[in-house]
Design a protein around this ligand. Structure first.
Ligand code: ADP
Ligand code: MG
Length: 291
């Protein structure tokens, strides 16, 4: 595009808090055919809240205390939600020992002499723990759009914590606007398939890539780029950075982590998903002007 068209595009973006880091970011925007969106913190507010608690073979306060002790050592947003909830319910406070984090799965520690595992179903499989009677309740919560933290104590499934993270107010409108531009929208998440599908369905997203381990997000972008399709990735997390770099256009949520913002080609200062179609429309307008 001409320097003038680029200047106009940059100015239009700036007015709406859409920061293009370079001229080619504007031009690439015009060619995007697929937009991949991270779920947590991008399509959703990234403010998880505990909504459900179910204990099996153990009291609720005790279960909550054990899991909170593990999650107090974790840095995951889900962990923070659990800790806040335990504090609100005045659960006893224990100190965890031998803590270890299992990325994309959950965390494990020893609490009050017991081995506590807290995480997703995949972590339970890894640890050889069967959900038993908790299985159907887990599925019910997940199908309802809850992210479910399963807790096991000394090798036995002992409870479930259902966590909700509401979609951003404009996520559905953003998806609709992208569809109007003829763009395919894909949800990419480390969360499980059932939860992801429920949330995606509510937003009008038809393609869901779920259960993706932190190290595998960039590889999923490569797969979508086959046949030369131009792919944009929108994300906020540390986990998203490699995918933002791999995409033809990396778009970071302004409220996201520094790594995501540094890696992206475009930053949405208002953290509004509706600014994704806006950015791509500015790209299209800029190219049109040069012809
Ligand atoms: P995302 O942020 O997209 O959910 P992650 O890779 O960070 O992706 O996490 C994937 C899944 O692993 C989470 O949805 C959750 O089920 C589980 N998980 C990760 N960390 C924890 C934790 N500290 N406690 C419980 N579950 C966790
Ligand atoms: Mg995220």
């Amino acid at each position: 595009a001409t320097p003038t068209a680029i200047m106009v595009g940059t100015g239009l973006g700036a007015k709406r808090g859409v920061l293009f880091k370079n001229a080619s970011a504007i031009e690439t925007g015009a060619r995007i055919e697929v937009v991949v969106m991270d779920k947590t913190g991008t399509l959703t507010k990234g403010e998880p809240e505990v909504t459900d608690l179910a204990a099996a073979g153990i009291g609720e306060p005790e279960l909550l205390a054990l899991v909170a002790a593990v999650e107090r050592e974790s840095e995951h947003p889900l962990a923070e939600a659990v800790v806040r909830y335990a504090e609100r319910r005045d659960a006893p406070v224990f100190q965890a020992r031998d803590f270890h984090n299992v990325p994309g799965h959950g965390a494990i520690a020893t609490v009050d002499g017991r081995r506590v595992v807290a995480g997703n179903r995949r972590l339970m499989e890894r640890e050889g723990i069967s959900l038993g009677g908790l299985m159907s309740r887990r599925d019910e919560l997940a199908s309802g759009g809850r992210t479910v933290v399963v807790a096991a104590v000394d090798g036995r499934a002992a409870g479930l914590i259902g966590i909700a993270d509401a979609p951003r107010d404009t996520s559905a409108a953003a998806v609709a606007a992208l569809h109007d531009l003829g763009i395919e929208v894909v949800m990419l998440t480390g969360d499980n398939e059932q939860t992801a599908r429920r949330i995606a369905g509510g937003l009008g997203i038809d393609t869901v890539i779920a259960d993706v381990l932190p190290g595998d997000k960039a590889g999923k972008i490569v797969e979508l780029q086959r046949d030369g399709r131009k792919v944009a990735m929108v994300g906020d997390g540390v986990n998203d950075a490699p995918a933002l770099a791999q995409a033809d256009l990396g778009i970071a949520i302004g409220a996201g982590t520094d790594v995501a913002i540094e890696t992206a080609d475009v930053v949405l200062m208002r953290s509004d998903p509706l600014d994704v179609p806006t950015a791509l429309r500015i790209g299209r307008g800029t190219l049109r002007k040069m012809r």
